[in-house]
Design a protein around this ligand. Sequence first.
Ligand SMILES: Cc1cc2nc3c(=O)[nH]c(=O)nc-3n(C[C@H](O)[C@H](O)[C@H](O)COP(=O)(O)OP(=O)(O)OC[C@H]3O[C@@H](n4cnc5c(N)ncnc54)[C@H](O)[C@@H]3O)c2cc1C
Ligand code: SF4
Length: 568
Amino acid sequence: MATRLKGTDVVVIGLGAAGGVAALPLARAGLEVIGLEAGTWLTRRDFAPDELRNNYRGWPQGVQKANQEIPTARANASSAPMPRGTIHPMQNAVGGTSLHYWAQSWRLNPWDFKVVSETRRRYGASRIPAGSTVEDWPFALDELEPYYDKVEYEIGVSGQAGNVGGTIDPRGNKFEGPRTRAYPMPPLRGTEFLDKMAVAARSLGWHPFPGPAAVNSRPYQNRSACMYHGFCNRGGCHVDAKNSTAVTTIPRAQATGHLKVVTRAHVTTIDVDNGGRVSGVNYVTDGVEYFQPAKAVLLASFTYENTRLLLLSKSKAFPNGLSNNHKQVGRHYFSHHQGAPVTALFPFDLKSWYGLPAQGVAVDNWADDNFDHAGLDFIGGGNLWVMSDRRPIAAATMNTFGRPRWGSQWKAFVRENADRSHSSYIQKTTLPYEDNYLDLDPEVKDPLGYPVCRVTAEFKENERKIAAFTQDKMEQWYREAGAVAINRAPVGGAMGISTHAYGGTRMGDNPDTSVVDRFGFSHEAPNLGVLGASVMGTSGAHNPTLTVQALAWRTAEHLVRNWKKIAT
Ligand SMILES: Cc1cc2nc3c(=O)[nH]c(=O)nc-3n(C[C@H](O)[C@H](O)[C@H](O)COP(=O)(O)OP(=O)(O)OC[C@H]3O[C@@H](n4cnc5c(N)ncnc54)[C@H](O)[C@@H]3O)c2cc1C
Ligand code: SF4
């Protein structure tokens, strides 16, 4: 029998990138907030610059709840399950995955909010790929812009603006939508190689620019500037220069006196009353069960767990899972197509032993609808990203461009070329499709006996065509910069599990095609909000977290403004 605790105004489930941001406007408004977080506090001392530990043994992600509930995955309903991983990429800790993420902090571009209407307008309805369930967002970029702005200043983002109030600045991304003001900090510094790549892009007639990063390029809010020594590719920052919510919004929310952080609280289900309103959440700490009553609940436990917790929370009012009477929970799932990279070999050292993955040069000419697709047979595109990040073990396992991968020839090749190769990171549009979805695995369970999430999803023709197209562009860029050999990885099929996982609780105006409304609140249980990329209906060609955080702030602010209507 669970111990019933004293009620509170709002429970936030998960204090990661999304929940950690939402807590701040709620606490500032004076609402009593309890953050139930499965992990613990980690500090600078936990973030050793250790490639073996961070990137191969899976620390700090290791030994945590997430690893015991890794989703299963298969390409489609008739294919066999893929081999199940042993390390979940996401983090259980205060700050969540914002502790060890790469911190590229992108806004979406205007097209990403209007994929359907803009494609129809420019190319005709037939260009929406068959089987895709893509919808326009219920609002355009301008409605989210004030929240992007708030979050950029609140957590701290370094970057070069490309469009302030409609005035294009060629030093930044000329394709970005209008922004209220510049970034709070200048971009992270370049390197000789990044500068060379920028020159090569310009000579092709493209528009290179430094990417935005939630990393301090100069001291900000009494925290250090980045030292560029690297090793935080899958690790935290030991000088707090990476702007996770654990060092920004969460402590600020605590300082108001209105946020109580409860660590090691593993939420298992969300309860509803007879009228179908959320009444609180059940959680377990060290085998002891608690029920935390709340007037409103914000679910912020990342896409797979958001979906799983809803599907596990069955009741009389919601026999198919919470907020799932329209059978939309788990639908419209997709993940960024981050595969199909291009690797280049240069005849000179790149001097890339220092740096971090958010320090780089981007090209957006081939992203979204920034180029004419009239003569092409796909929609969308990719952001080409060249970063400065090299670590010894990764370098030793470098691509050998057809040479042996063992013995003296291999050793000689690596000795000469360890600092001469580069792998691009191409972030591509993915659309949702009818037969790509999340549900509960019928067989695999976590240690508490709850089914884990199951991913059934594959990249379709549109995504594979984008991948091949952007590989061509990346090869062209590398060759312009002097590459002497190129390797293109295969364009994949099955999605597997992802750090950029979208959908499952899509946002929209129509309860028949979405789970939450335009403010992130359930169509069916009005005092339940959902935060995270699970509410996003499109991915664009840029990493999700800044958008997730802007949406989280907006949902929290909506709750504050409509407190009486939503929560009482
Ligand atoms: C190596 C890596 C690099 C990345 N790089 C980038 C990047 O450069 N740019 C970018 O935009 N994105 C990046 N991402 C993705 C980014 O981390 C996510 O988009 C972001 O963290 C999602 O925010 P979230 O709050 O939904 O999830 P998280 O940040 O993972 O937070 C979820 C929180 O919920 C808690 N939780 C989960 N289940 C429960 C439960 N049942 N009970 C209680 N608490 C629970 C977790 O412990 C966690 O603290 C990267 C991810 C990884 C792994
Ligand atoms: S490279 Fe910068 S962000 Fe990464 S650990 Fe060092 S100081 Fe922190």
